[in-house]
Design a binder for this molecule. Sequence first.
Ligand code: GLY
Ligand code: MN
Ligand code: MN
Length: 461
Amino acid sequence: MSSSIFAARRAQLAERLRAAGGGVALLPTAPERTRNADSEHPYRHDSHFHHLTGFDEPQAWLVVRSDGHSTLFCRPADPEQAVWHGHRLGTEAAPQVLGVNEARPIDSLNEAMPALLAGQGTVWFTFGRPAELSGQIEGWLATLRAQERRGVECPTQCRDLHPLISEMRLIKDVSELATMRRAASISAGAHQRAMRYCAQRFRQGASAVHEYEIEAELLHEFRRHGAQGPAYPSIVAAGANACVLHHPAGHARLLPDELCLVDAGCELDGYASDITRTFPASGCFSGPQRALYELVLAAQQAAIDATQPGQRQRDAHHAAVRVLSQGMLDFGLLSRDVHGTVDDVIANAAYRAFYMHGTGHWLGRDVHDVGEYLSLGEAPVEQPDGFGGTVVKRPSRVLQPGMVVTLEPGLYVQPAPGVPECYWHIGIRIEDDAIVTDSSCELITRGAPVAPDEIEAWMRG
Ligand code: GLY
Ligand code: MN
Ligand code: MN
């Protein structure tokens, strides 16, 4: 991405700061984390910081004033360190490469920051993230306060920067959408590969396939296409493990007559993808598996139909819940005698026995991306709380072109009295990523087969 995109975003932030009364914004990137001894966890930048700089080295801060001036603190270039850890951009090259007005060494942060804050009415930073940030800022403000007798003006307000940048990130621009389409396509290929791998192993006579083998196929496909890695820990759930919502890929054995649920997506150039597919291990759905699968697919289609500009983000969930609830009654998962009509099932939240999570979330730099879920300009209203009661809060947010959401209904059947045994231990989720367009939504992850016949044909191929 060219540095002009990041410069334009910094200018947009400065404009938002001015509109909110002015001041100075402070953005540290993410800290490095020690794994043990002198080994580090793989480094991942802070998403807000990267959105405004495109800079992915650790130990860096961005300071943006509402007059548009920007300062980057970063590590100086160091030929000796380069031998061990590679090239650093350095303070000399940073202004030209990143388009910031000036760059200073990160070691001078504590010394330089009070002067950057002096005369600014408001200090903007992300509250509570990282936790130690406010303490650091308090220290700089204390330094300034001690200089007030000499006529130095200390800021009088601290405000949360998070909503300002989150709103900027919520609507994706053309270059972001292009990256997200590429990430989605790599992840779709990884799901294709996982399905084929399973079918082949069983055709070759394997009695079981381990979850970790399938995870390895996903990782292979992510990396060979240049993705940096998974956007979140991959879920590979054999059979009954699919009913554990966050089951990590482990050592469990997937048997040929079971379903396999894979929730995995890569991160590419700072952007996440998030796909779930559930497929029959050996390539052929049983009758009960197919029946429940088609129900979840119909629920997802209802969610897709509800995802268009002018609809609310939560409408997809309500649409999916209605289809799933009707299916729970039709398949006898919920008894009509006990639970009544589909409207009763929804009003009493009885469906939560088999569907207990939401149907989607914002997707972007983070897999659960930033952005307010409730309408910004509307008054609170009484509405169902999803647990059988009501709550007073603002309505769900109206969708706009350029927003990206996931659509991920599921059904998870734990053994229980009255639940037909043929459905026990079946866990199904189907998840696609959708860009809201001018008139509807574009599914960017459908490279991964989703219709039952399509999955079976792909696994035979
Ligand atoms: N993979 C995380 C989620 O689907 O929300
Ligand atoms: Mn998701
Ligand atoms: Mn997911």
